[in-house]
Design a protein around this ligand. Structure first.
Ligand SMILES: [Zn+2]
Ligand SMILES: [Zn+2]
Length: 306
């Protein structure tokens, strides 16, 4: 089973603190890397977490606030210094491209690789070898989006007895069928559907970016295996959350409950909270399977038990 992991590279909102850098999250599966937001300082975190950038890389940007994008330029510059040739996929609000074009020209950053840019809009924004990425509008002070990263469906359960009864010899024929490919046995074509159960959904990871909770986001994140949600404020700072178009830890938990997710991770904490323990405590009263993100935290995303 391919490992799917999420590493938090920065978990602060607006400005960094001693313990927390600006927002960025790395999602890794085999050779594929998805970076979600690119706060200032992301490069050093990428190094300290040994996240290779030569990989098949996609960058998803939720919105154009400095704390979520200021790290992008440095990252592109370093990739060019390393003579990257592979195209880099970026999905972001349309204006990001303009910012990149102007600044890379002014700063003389000669990119050594092409950027494949997609202006985000609601719906499916990307299909890759491992994932499908869907976006929905978030409710923030500027145009903002939330993302759902869905792993491609995996083949159904393999039934060895069925394969044996059809005369399929064990070994490479079995593994072919398990990977969803057909085989030819004594002139008869055996389809994977004859020896396996129905395909099973892949794992789903949701990332809210900066947002108020909304019914649209509950729908987007329905049944997520791991939901990473804006938790800038505690419940006692609810008014601030409304004013600044963020969520409280309790609102994040309520949404996780409504959406029926498996696990909730709070992130994007205001500098006013030195410790995030209180926020987790509040959220757990509503949604027990909650943890707080911290810089450098890696979580494995597993399949639901069958
Ligand atoms: Zn933010
Ligand atoms: Zn913002």
């Amino acid at each position: 089973m391919a490992k799917l992991s999420v590493t938090f590279l920065g978990t602060s909102s607006a400005a960094p603190t001693k313990a927390r850098g600006l927002p960025s999250i790395a999602l890794r599966r085999e050779g594929e890397l998805i970076l979600m937001d690119c706060g200032e300082g992301v490069q050093r975190r990428v190094l300290s977490e040994s996240i290779g950038l030569g990989k098949d890389t996609t960058i998803l940007i939720t919105h154009l606030h400095g704390d979520h994008v200021a790290g992008l330029l440095g990252l592109l510059q370093t990739m060019s210094l390393a003579q990257r040739r592979r195209p880099l996929t970026i999905v972001a609000p349309a204006k990001l491209l303009k910012w990149l074009e102007v600044t890379s020209e002014l700063l003389n950053i000669g990119l050594t690789f092409p950027i494949e840019f997609t202006a985000v809009k609601p719906g499916v924004v990307l299909r890759s070898s491992s994932f499908r990425v869907r976006a929905a509008r978030a409710l923030h002070s500027v145009e903002a989006y939330s993302y759902l990263v869905e792993e491609n469906p995996r083949p159904g359960v393999f039934y060895p007895e069925k394969a044996k009864s059809l005369g399929v010899p064990e070994g490479k024929f079995w593994s072919r069928l398990q990977r969803g490919r057909s085989v030819l046995v004594k002139g008869r074509k055996i389809l994977p559907s004859e020896v396996t159960g129905p395909t099973r959904p892949g794992r789903k990871v949701g990332y809210s970016g900066d947002t108020r909770p909304s019914s649209g986001l509950s729908r987007l994140f329905k049944g997520c295996d791991l939901l990473i949600f804006d938790s800038t404020f505690s419940a006692s700072d609810q008014l601030r959350a409304v004013e600044r178009k963020h969520s409280t830890c309790v609102e994040a938990a309520e949404l996780a409950k409504r959406a029926g997710v498996r696990r909730l991770v709070l992130t994007h904490f205001s500098a006013r909270y030195t410790s995030t323990a209180g926020l987790v405590r509040e959220a757990k009263k509503v949604f027990p399977n909650t943890v707080a993100a911290s810089d450098g935290l890696t979580l494995e995303v597993d399949y639901p038990s069958e």
